[in-house]
Ligand binder design. Structure first.
Ligand code: SF4
Length: 531
């Protein structure tokens, strides 16, 4: 642990508001690790939620740790921000994992921390290493040998069940502690797996657990916002999307609870960021926005559903100084939007863009996917046509509203109706991406895209099994060539995991996870998509 690291942590702390510093004496110390940079992690509301929840217990001290580019370069051990202690000093180390490509960082963090990488090599001298987050809920298998236990579900019901067991058992025999954890609902302990389904746990009443920015800092992506979670889950059920499966049922926070959080937030920031998969779906969204605006709040919304999108919502947003909105048509053609069950028409999209421009929005961010099941080159042309048609309308009206497009390759996710379907080959994705860039960028439309090659890696990990753990453990250099070398060494058939269609009847690596959707329903949805 270097003096530079300590100085950097202290500098960060000095710019934060809301940091919780507790004395370790007599408390159970838990490190909460976001396996990526502070700049990204501090805009992740899940980190704030777990940090607040764990620190709400007097007998627990929870401190945060991140994995920065300089840690990666030097493989220097990460330290906690609050007390600048190494992770190995904690009783438990809890990783919150929301992106498959962060799996590489998880392995690097454990190695750099001097904590044995494999759970089987750890005992009571080492911290208990735990994982949670959306990727883990869907498919814990590629990381399963590295963790003592994996949390299938939301922190609010899991933490109160797990904490007494951890507090009681942390000093004793590791095997006994793991056996006790394995008996809890929603906790997957690979070493003591009983063979029964691990059932996802979720919070029944969100108002019992307010989730908002716990620590404020200017040194993060959304540093000018006080973030408030408005809802959890999504009732639209797009067939590629994990959110509606891993966070069901749809739950909304009450206006009263949101207003209370907003009052707190406005003490720190004049801008509130309302977070949720489709914030405009909140049944009282118009009333909420109007009240927040009357309180003097400037507003920003993480995502709006294209339909329904009311003029009132957009007007309130614009009055609340929102200048950017994000809409996700996902596909350019009506045919393909039906395949993915997006549930919106071209008229809906054009009308929403119209309303946004009229409402004073200056930047319209459009999100599309490429490589979706059944996609052809014509579907790509439809993305171009749709975007350019609307760009022309905006230009003629001189509203000053610009369009930016973000393109992501389709990655099949465990637990969704498209889990059995292949990704498009990188060559196809690259060709389609070039076509989009070459058609849109010369017209002044900014195009941001995820790399098809890395998306394929993501696809392998998203549908991966325990064999992938060996690859993650052995990767020497975090690059595509390092990945290829490690997959070749372990005889991993990348094409099988990412680019082949799987039989509906075949055994899935994540079969022990019960998200709450019967697999028969997923099959039915798949049939509906493809017929
Ligand atoms: S509307 Fe968005 S969050 Fe909801 S299911 Fe569709 S893609 Fe997922």
């Amino acid at each position: 642990m270097g003096w530079d690291e300590i100085k950097k942590a202290r500098r960060r702390l000095s710019r934060e508001q809301g940091t919780i510093i507790k004395d370790w004496g007599g408390r159970v110390p838990i490190a909460l690790v976001y396996p990526n940079a502070y700049y990204l992690g501090m805009s992740n509301l899940g980190i704030h939620a777990v940090y607040s929840l764990l620190n709400s217990y007097n007998h627990v001290v929870c401190e945060r740790a991140f994995w920065e580019a300089d840690n990666k370069a030097s493989q220097s051990p990460p330290i906690s921000l609050e007390s600048q202690r190494p992770l190995a000093d904690f009783a438990a180390v809890l990783f919150s994992i929301s992106y498959e490509l962060d799996y590489f960082n998880v392995v690097q963090i454990l190695k750099a921390s001097g904590i044995p990488l494999y759970a089987a090599d750890r005992d009571e001298r080492h911290p208990l290493v735990i994982a949670g987050g959306p990727c883990i809920m869907a498919n814990p298998m590629p990381l399963s040998p590295f963790f003592d236990c994996l949390c299938i579900g939301e922190a609010e019901p899991l933490v109160p069940a797990m904490l007494p067991v951890i507090t009681e058992g942390i000093g004793g025999k590791r095997g006994e502690l793991l056996k006790s954890l394995a008996s809890l609902p929603g906790v997957y302990v690979p070493q003591y797996y009983s063979g029964k389904a691990v059932v996802r746990q979720w919070a029944k009443n969100l108002d019992d657990f307010p989730v908002a920015s716990a620590v404020l800092t200017p040194d993060t992506e959304l540093g000018d916002l006080y973030l408030i979670e408005v809802e959890r889950g999504c009732s639209w059920g797009c067939r590629f999307c994990l959110v509606s499966k891993a966070f069901s049922p749809m739950r909304y926070r009450s206006i009263d609870s949101l207003i209370t959080q907003a009052e707190e937030g406005l003490k720190y920031r004049k801008r509130l960021g309302l977070v949720g998969p489709a914030v405009s779906d909140h049944p009282q969204i118009e009333e909420l926005l109007s009240k927040l605006r009357q309180m003097g709040a400037e507003l920003s919304i993480s995502s709006l559903r294209v339909s329904p999108l009311s003029r009132i919502v957009l007007r309130e947003l614009a009055k609340g100084a929102a200048r950017t909105i994000s809409l996700a048509p996902e596909a350019g053609s009506q045919r393909l939007r039906q395949v993915i069950k997006k549930g919106i028409s071209e008229d809906d999209i054009l009308e929403s863009m119209d309303k946004a421009a009229e409402g004073g929005i200056r930047l319209l961010k459009l999100y599309f996917m490429i490589g979706l099941p059944t996609e052809t080159d014509e579907d790509i042309e439809e993305i171009i046509n749709l975007t350019l048609r609307y760009k022309n309308i905006l230009d003629k009206r001189r509203t000053g509203c610009r369009i930016a497009v973000t393109i992501s390759p389709f990655v099949p996710k465990a637990g969704t109706p498209f889990q059995w379907l292949p990704m498009a080959q990188p060559a196809v994705l690259n060709r389609r991406l070039s076509r989009l860039k070459n058609s849109l960028m010369p017209k002044g439309i900014k195009v941001k895209a995820e790399s098809p090659a890395w998306s394929q890696v993501q696809g392998v990990l998203a549908r991966g099994d325990i064999e992938l753990a060996g690859v993650l453990a052995d990767i020497e250099e975090l690059s595509l060539s390092g990945w290829r070398k490690a997959t070749a060494k372990h005889n991993i058939d990348v094409d099988f995991y990412a680019n082949q269609r799987w039989d509906v009847g075949q055994k899935l690596p994540w079969e022990m996870i019960e998200l709450g959707t019967k697999s028969g329903n997923l099959e039915l949805e798949l049939d509906r998509a493809l017929t």
